[in-house]
Design a protein around this ligand. Sequence first.
Ligand SMILES: Cc1ncc(COP(=O)(O)O)c(C=O)c1O
Length: 467
Amino acid sequence: MSLNREWMQRDLAVLWHPCTQMKDHEQLPLVPIRRGEGVWLEDFDGKRYLDAVSSWWVNVFGHANPRINQRIKDQLDQLEHVILAGFTHQPVIELSERLVAMTPAGLDHVFYADNGSSCIEVALKMSFHYWLNRGQPQKKRFVTLTNSYHGETVAAMSVGDVALFTETYRALLLDTLKVPSPDCFLRPEGTSWEAHSRAMFAHMEQALAEHHREIAAVIVEPLIQGAGGMRMYHPIYLKLLREACDRYGVHLIHDEIAVGFGRTGTLFACEQAGIRPDFLCLSKALTGGYLPLAACLTTEDSTRPLRRLLDAARLPSLAQLHRQPAGLRGGPRHTRHFRAGPGDRAQPSAGRTHGQCHRPPRRPPPGRRGPPDRHGAGHRDGRRQGQQGGLSVAGAPGPEGLPACADPRRPAAAAGQRGVFPAALRDHPRADRFSRRGGHRGIDLATREAVSISVPGGLHPNHRDPG
Ligand SMILES: Cc1ncc(COP(=O)(O)O)c(C=O)c1O
């Protein structure tokens, strides 16, 4: 038996393949790949294939690109991964800076997800969350174009409209508004692309006029509906859409997962319309196909309400918007008081001592071993607390709108967080109220009890004391 055949049989015994009717492989052989180089793939029998679909549009720098390989190897020896909750690192900061620099001005913050569909979920949730925090919870519907594709997770499918992918799951999907696509393949004979796209905008205008009070965002694949059959439309539609979204107070989400990074002639499709969306979703090509990663870029305006103190009571932090790649799972979710240093004054409170954790560390139930004590009393336990009381991340407001505390049993992390805390509190709308008392209050997420934290040297050189 050929090596190809052997691998194929082993595969079919244990694997589901995505977007594939597995029965097809009873006739059509799978192609087991042994190695890749540049545009070429090679199977186990030495046959070569041109990767003309770029491994589904992700591989833009070729297979086994020597430069990328080397950078990844170097990075592996230094740091393979660290959670982004409460921690950061050079590559993620530099990548974010570069994404902000290369995308239209104003898209200045990046939230990461691990694939395109999850990135769409992030954008939808952020938009909904924005309106919730603005006191408009009724704005929770999304407008999408017919023949759209935005991914395979449930909310992403809900804003999609390619029956092949969505029909089976109809009963699970969100209630969205579908507006006829400006697809120029369907334009009447003799009509220009621009005229057709303009004319089709009347449907969108009408939908927004009628429903804008309940609409959070419009989501589109700008210029090309990829999975819907590479159907294209004129940039004028995006321009008109931007204007209408502004007029009606509705977010504009651009899903450039398929068209971003130069695939439409400009680096991003929105540039051809001279507009900036409120949320820009990017994924394919971002890692050259090496790793799953997606980025949701946002404007300061579209995320500011998510950070406001008053709103934190409803949903404590951006971190809860979406779980990030392999992150936030075992993170520092303990919210204990930390000892800030000699001479710190804590808030007086029954049964508490200055500068100490107010509650004893939780122990895992008898018979159940806690995880390694890397994060104090065991992050599994911490996760449960986070779920009950709301996740709080160093520097992000706690659920009662008060800054979260760090864990005193993690001296190194606590010391690190001293740097984070003042920075976070600097812009904290209520920071000045607490600073006079020599400390800041936080909330223990498990008990919802107020605890106090002290920041050595005060909050920030420029903090205002209301006196
Ligand atoms: C426009 C668009 N959005 C979202 C997605 C989903 O991305 P992923 O497959 O990484 O979940 C795709 C995938 O092809 C896409 O083309």
